[in-house]
Design a protein around this ligand. Structure first.
Ligand code: NAD
Length: 329
């Protein structure tokens, strides 16, 4: 099958080619999918997309008109795809429902501990032979209460690491996860979890019901000095409200791997350009904010599984087989 890979970086090519072994013909474009770049899909039965590709209804209509019958997402989240429109147009959408949840959970812990122990500042200081400790004071994570918002695959991996640190685990989810209960987690409503947690880590998907789950009201419920970590999707957090809470020194630190307006910014080198995003610029001004560019998934193991699963999805689609990764067909 001819497959056009959108938003392709060198590592996408490396891992997809290695997994492909000549089964399908891949063409790669660095362009993200949108209404204009959809025309590049001419002559391809399938397209392969990532988190910030635009698969809204008008784009899907254009793809369908060009003969595209399948979209394989090389990610778990699918908030950027209009599934209803895809179904109406007869486009099969498949994702990578499962790949190393440890990659994302471990990155959430990395954000937390970098913020807490200021290792990013220490790294810069010691390279200049500045070994003073002022400004590097952290706290023990042992004995803290951790609020895990979303206790699915990544949430339970995160909870299990935090249990190892010696934390008390609180959870918020639409459904209780037996694996979390086995770790000793106690479930709460979000409003009851937030005032108790020293650390809040977000692991729910972005849905209309979870958009701006962290907003001025929920931020006001958080324990003063708490850490907020978001490795899920930027839209879970009202960034302006977070900036206000930071300005009022109500949060201990904010670690973000995702940002509401990351589309057009993340996954690119913009270091020699003016970036006109004032919200991001204001966020970066706070010394207790740490941002990474949607890299939580980016481990050898996770990227290998993403590539292999994407190939399996293409094989199954070509053979007319369904599998657990099908979102709509
Ligand atoms: P999952 O489906 O295993 O878990 C999600 C959990 O959220 C489930 O337990 C579900 O019951 C709960 N949930 C859903 N809607 C809810 C609601 N309205 N209220 C309360 N709970 C709700 O998903 P996962 O594999 O753990 O992934 C979680 C998210 O992490 C993904 O949706 C994706 O957005 C994000 N993610 C980010 C990266 C990254 O690189 N930063 C990588 C992979 C996934």
């Amino acid at each position: 099958m001819n497959v056009l890979v959108y938003d392709a970086h060198s590592y996408d090519r490396q891992f997809l080619d290695a997994a492909n072994q000549g089964r399908h013909t891949f063409d790669y474009t660095t362009s993200q999918l949108d209404l204009q770049t959809a025309t590049l899909a001419q002559g391809h039965a399938a397209v392969c997309c990532f988190v910030n590709d635009d698969a809204s209804a008008p784009v899907l209509e254009r793809l369908a008109g060009l003969g595209v019958r399948c979209i394989v997402l090389r990610c778990t989240g699918f908030n950027n795809v209009d599934l209803e429109a895809a179904k109406k147009l007869g486009i099969t959408v498949m994702r990578v429902a499962f790949y190393s949840p440890y990659a994302v959970a471990e990155h959430a812990v990395a954000l937390l501990q970098t913020l807490n122990r200021r290792t990013h500042r220490a790294y810069n200081r010691t390279r200049e032979f500045n070994f003073r400790l002022g400004g590097l004071l952290g706290r023990d994570i042992h004995g803290s209460t951790v609020g895990v918002v979303g206790t699915g695959k990544i949430g339970v991996a995160f909870a299990s690491i935090m249990k190892g640190f010696g934390c008390t685990l609180l959870g918020y989810d639409a459904a209780e996860n037996p694996a979390c209960l086995a770790l000793g987690m106690t479930y709460r409503t979000l409003d009851a979890l937030l005032p108790e947690a020293d650390i809040v880590s977000l692991h729910v998907p972005l849905l209309p019901t979870t958009r701006h789950l962290i907003n001025a009201k929920t931020l006001s419920l958080m324990k003063p000095g708490a850490f907020l970590i978001n490795t899920s999707r930027g839209g879970l957090v009202d960034t302006e409200a977070v900036i206000e809470a930071l300005r009022q020194e109500r949060l201990g630190g904010v670690g973000l791997d995702v940002y509401e307006e990351e589309d057009g910014l993340f996954f690119q080198d913009l270091s020699d350009r003016m970036v006109g995003d004032d919200v991001l610029a204001r966020l970066m001004m706070f010394p207790n904010v740490l941002i990474t560019g949607h890299q939580a998934f980016f481990t050898q193991e996770a990227v290998t599984t993403i590539a292999e699963t994407t190939l399996q999805n293409l094989d199954d689609f070509a053979a007319g087989r369904g599998n657990d990764n099908v979102l709509t067909r």
